[in-house]
Design a protein around this ligand. Sequence first.
Ligand code: G3I
Length: 368
Amino acid sequence: MRIAILAASVALMTASCTAEKNEPTLKEYFSDNFLIGTALNVGHIKGFDQKADSVVRRHFNTIVAENCMKCEKIHPAEDRYFWDDADAFVDYGVRNNMTIIGHTLIWHSQLARWFPRDSAGNYVSADVLKQRMRDHITTIMTRYKGKIKGWDVVNEPILENGSYRKSPFYDILGEEFIPLAFQYAHEADPDAELYINDYAMNVPAKREAYVRIVNDLKSRGLRIDGIGMQGHMGMDYPDLDEFEASINAYAATGCNVMITEWDMSALPTVSRSANVGDSVAFSKLLNPYPDGLPTGVSDQWNARMDSITDMFIRHSDVITRVTAWGVDDGMSWKNNFPVRGRVEYPLLFDRDYNLKPFMANRLANTAK
Ligand code: G3I
């Protein structure tokens, strides 16, 4: 086993990081498997990052907005929408002939403060919240009808123990907020695909909850096309057997499975309760590789990402899309989570926009 890992590591290390002209692009490489995509931030969309722009146009055939379609950005006040960034995102996708995904309509996080409250700051009634949800969903989906292929209608409503998250939507409407959101979304754009999306989708209790929720939506005759497994991973999570069991369970509902926010932290998982007395030692623990990833760690990262890619390909009969949560390491949200100012290495491209070895190796081998 060890020898096999070592051999794989050596092979990965020797792979050229620079895409050769005769090598396929990512979208060509995965063309028989699934769409391959990335999340874009405003810098990408507005052309402030030319290098990223050429990587995106060369390699990806599907895009999702990292932040600009979230409620607090796109609908900051009840009577005001802010369209500039979202319009630019959609135009970018249309111009480049990409499959465009909308993220996200109903989510407890980055929810504009006004949305579930009245002017005194108290929760609104169930009827008022339903009307606000309907207006929000209808206004946004109508604007992008025919351009956005599918929407993350509800994002992250379930906790890892399988119970409902105590969000404003749940507090005011109970479990019904999910079917209502799907109903409003389908009424707003009957041709759009509709998805539910969450992290830690490998966890068995969460898996069971989602299978139950999706089957319930279907039994009510509501449209749901896809289950999004976000895919925020680390070197020691998720358990890949559990992840694979979830792919199978979600596929068995009849939905497509989508890996919607793929990245893998290369830094050790630090428990919040880590018992480190002085703060210098603690920051070192949180940000251990500020000057570059040691070769051994990079090899482990590449080997694990390679196995995960194999798993996605093995299930490409049901996985219709794999989307990385960002283009290059330098722009990943993981540099600021769980604390700000870390140097992370979670994406398919490094800070110089070179494809990571495990993937460069795949493309190079195809080209031979
Ligand atoms: O736009 C403001 C800017 O005006 C301000 O100067 C700056 C100062 O901190 O903050 C900017 O907002 C930040 C925003 O990203 C845009 O960069 C927020 O602070 C920051 O919290 C926000 O983080 C985003 C996070 O969602 C918020 O929950 C990440 O970029 C984004 O990658 C992340 O994405 C989520 C998915 O939507 C759902 N699944 C989990 C995933 C990771 O958390």
